[in-house]
Write a protein that binds this ligand. Structure first.
Ligand code: PRP
Length: 214
């Protein structure tokens, strides 16, 4: 295990809010973060190093201990069910998982097709409702599936609702609210407890301040 605290950050929509939060908590994040295409960036002054991963992979890096800490969406946590501790709801990147499809359509087939990036979440959701479905795993642009006839419904993230609207899709059911979480490797939690607790404390203060200011 490296002496530097390794933090896995998700590339993409959570990234900027996560960096902003760390900066507000007083961490001196190198400026080249904002432009570089590097995947490992050291913040030596802070004794930290950041790795930039695909959002769905962040809990994997943390579970395997190559990252001590990570920032991951609750959607990813629910889908991946990795052996990591979830320490703090960072209250950033608010969105939700929902079932959507072409408007005014009924699910009366024997096994309707559900396209999603979240096969585990979607299976559990429909199983809990006693509905038998066929899950089709996609990696992005999920909204395409009902438009082109690949699936009857999708299970996907809704943030502003713009993607559904601009593609003429309707939301049928909300599944679960999502925010980003601070996660930690269980061994790092014990061995690097001081620095981990300090980070949780500083981030909690920022989150509470932001909540208070809403
Ligand atoms: C996500 C999600 C939706 C969209 C929702 O996709 O899968 O497609 O954002 O956001 P909205 O409600 O604000 O329109 P993302 O942009 O991450 O890309 P992807 O299609 O490759 O998954």
């Amino acid at each position: 295990m490296s002496d530097l605290l390794t933090i896995a950050l998700p590339k993409g929509r959570i990234f900027e809010e996560a960096i902003e939060l760390l900066r507000r908590a007083g961490y001196r994040i190198p400026p080249d973060f904002d432009e570089s295409r590097k995947l490992i960036i050291e913040a030596e002054e802070e004794g930290m190093r950041f790795i930039l991963a695909k959002p769905m992979d962040v809990p994997t890096y943390v579970e395997h201990g190559v990252a001590d800490i990570g920032i991951a969406g609750k959607d990813v946590m629910l889908e991946e069910e990795r052996d990591v501790y979830e320490l703090l709801d960072l209250q950033i990147s608010h969105c939700y998982l929902a079932v959507a499809g072409l408007p005014g359509t009924q699910l009366n087939e024997v096994a309707p097709k559900i396209a999603t990036k979240y096969p585990n979440v979607a299976s559990s959701f429909f199983r809990a409702k006693g509905e038998q479905v066929e899950i089709i795993k996609l990696n992005g642009s999920i909204e395409l599936a009902p438009l082109i006839g690949l699936a009857d419904r999708i299970v996907d993230i809704v943030s502003t609702g713009r993607t559904l609207k601009e593609n003429g899709l309707a939301e049928y059911e909300k599944i679960v609210s999502i925010t980003s979480r601070l996660i930690v490797n269980p061994v790092s939690y014990r061995l690097k407890d001081k620095i981990v607790h300090d980070m949780v404390k500083r981030l909690t203060e920022v989150v509470q301040k932001q909540q208070g200011g809403l």
